[in-house]
Design a protein around this ligand. Structure first.
Ligand code: SAM
Length: 330
C-alpha cells in the first residue's frame, strides 16, 4: 500500500472509531481514489456504509474487498453479514445472486459456501460455521454484546441454570464452553471449585476476563480444547453455542471424554421442528429434538432433561430452543 493511502486510512479509522462518520467516509473515499482496488479501503468504507444502513451502496465495496482478498477474514465476514442484512431488508434476490456468484468464484472459500447455503443459493451445508467467521463476528460484536443481548431478552444462561439447579452437587470443576463475555459464569460461579472458559473470539474472552470470575480462560476452538482436556470437568455448560455447530457428533464425543465419571453436560440448541439439523438464513443452525436425542445417545450420554423454551427474541419474534441436561453415562 502507498504511504499516502495508509495515512488516509489511519486518519479515517481514527475518525470512524470516535464516531465522526462523515469525516471517516470522506477519508476512506480519498484513499480509494489513490488505490481503487485496495482491500482495506474497500472493506472499511463498506463496513462504515453498512453501519449507516446504506446497505445497497456498501455492496460494491465489500464485494470488491472479499473477492480480491479471499484470505482477508474481516472482509469475508463483513460481506457475508451484508448479504444477510440485505436478505432481511427486502433485497433477498440480490443477496442470493451475490452469494451464488461468490461461492462459484471461490469454491474453496468456506465462508462463501456457508452463506450460499444459508441464503438458499445451493451448495453443501457444512458441519459447522467456519471458525474465522465465528471469531470475526464475535470479535466485532464483543463491545456491544451484553447490551444487545439484554435488548433481545436473552435468557439462555438463566434457563440453563434453572435446568441444572436441582441436579448439581457442588463443588464442581466447571467449563463454560463458548463462554463469550461471561454471562453464564454469573450462574456457574456459586457451584464452582474451579471455573474455566474457552471461546474462539479473543475479544469476547477479554470481556469475560474483566469479570474476574474465571480461574482460567483460553481463546480457542471448543472441540480441540475438549480433546486436550480429557477427564477434567464435572460440568460443561454451553449456552447458545451449539447453534454455531451443525453436526453435534464431534462436540458431544469430545465432551464425553472431557467429563469425569457422573459429569453433566448442559446446553441449548435452537429448536428445529423436525428432522436432523438445518442451516437458517441467519447463518446459525437449528436442531430437531430427535436428532439431539440420537446424537446424545450415540456419544454415550443419557438425557436428564430436555425442555422447549425461548432463547431470545429476534425481529420481535421468539427464537425457540431446547434446554438440555445430559449425564455422562459410563
Ligand atoms: C451467542 S454467544 C454466547 C456466549 C455465552 N455462552 C453467553 O451465553 O453469553 C456464542 C459464543 O460461542 C462462541 N463459539 C461459537 N463456536 C465456537 C467454537 N467452535 N469454539 C469456541 N467458541 C465458539 C462464539 O465465539 C461466541 O462467543
Amino acid at each position: 500500500m502507498k504511504p499516502e493511502t495508509d495515512a488516509l486510512l489511519q486518519m479515517g479509522l481514527s475518525a470512524h472509531r470516535t464516531g465522526r462518520r462523515g469525516q471517516a467516509e470522506t477519508l476512506y473515499r480519498e484513499a480509494l481514489k489513490q488505490e481503487p482496488r485496495n482491500a482495506s479501503a474497500n472493506n472499511l468504507l463498506g463496513a462504515l456504509l453498512m453501519e449507516m444502513d446504506k446497505n445497497v451502496e456498501a455492496l460494491s465495496f465489500l464485494r470488491k474487498a472479499a473477492m480480491n482478498a479471499p484470505a482477508y477474514e474481516a472482509a469475508q465476514t463483513n460481506y457475508g453479514s451484508l448479504l444477510y442484512v440485505l436478505s432481511k431488508k427486502g433485497e433477498a434476490r440480490l443477496a442470493l445472486a451475490e452469494a451464488k456468484t461468490w461461492a462459484k468464484k471461490q469454491p474453496q472459500n468456506k465462508v462463501a459456501r456457508h452463506w450460499a447455503a444459508a441464503l438458499g443459493a445451493g451448495g453443501d451445508v457444512q458441519a459447522a460455521m467456519p471458525e474465522s467467521l465465528v471469531r470475526n463476528t464475535f470479535d466485532g460484536f464483543a463491545k456491544e454484546f451484553d447490551a444487545k443481548l439484554a435488548k433481545l431478552d436473552y435468557r439462555v444462561p438463566e434457563l440453563i441454570a434453572g435446568a441444572l439447579k436441582d441436579v448439581v452437587k457442588p463443588p464442581l470443576d466447571i467449563l463454560d464452553a463458548g463462554c463469550g463475555t461471561g454471562l453464564m459464569a454469573l450462574h456457574l460461579k456459586p457451584w464452582a471449585r474451579s471455573l474455566a472458559g474457552v471461546d474462539l473470539s479473543p475479544a469476547m474472552i477479554e470481556r469475560a476476563r474483566s469479570r474476574k470470575l474465571y480461574d482460567a480462560l483460553d481463546a480457542g476452538e471448543l472441540v480441540a480444547y475438549l480433546k486436550a482436556h480429557g477427564d477434567s470437568f464435572d460440568l460443561i455448560a454451553a449456552a447458545d453455542v451449539f447453534c454455531y455447530l451443525g453436526d453435534l457428533g464431534p462436540v458431544l464425543a469430545a465432551s464425553q471424554k472431557s467429563l469425569r465419571k457422573d459429569g453433566l453436560l448442559a446446553f441449548t440448541v435452537e429448536a428445529a421442528d423436525a428432522g436432523h439439523f438445518t442451516l437458517g438464513q441467519s447463518g446459525r443452525y437449528a436442531h430437531g429434538e430427535g436428532y439431539v436425542r440420537d446424537a446424545l445417545a450415540a456419544a454415550g450420554f443419557s438425557v436428564i432433561s430436555l425442555a422447549r423454551d425461548v432463547a431470545r427474541h429476534e425481529d420481535g419474534q421468539p427464537v425457540p430452543c431446547f434446554v438440555v441436561v445430559a449425564g455422562e453415562g459410563r
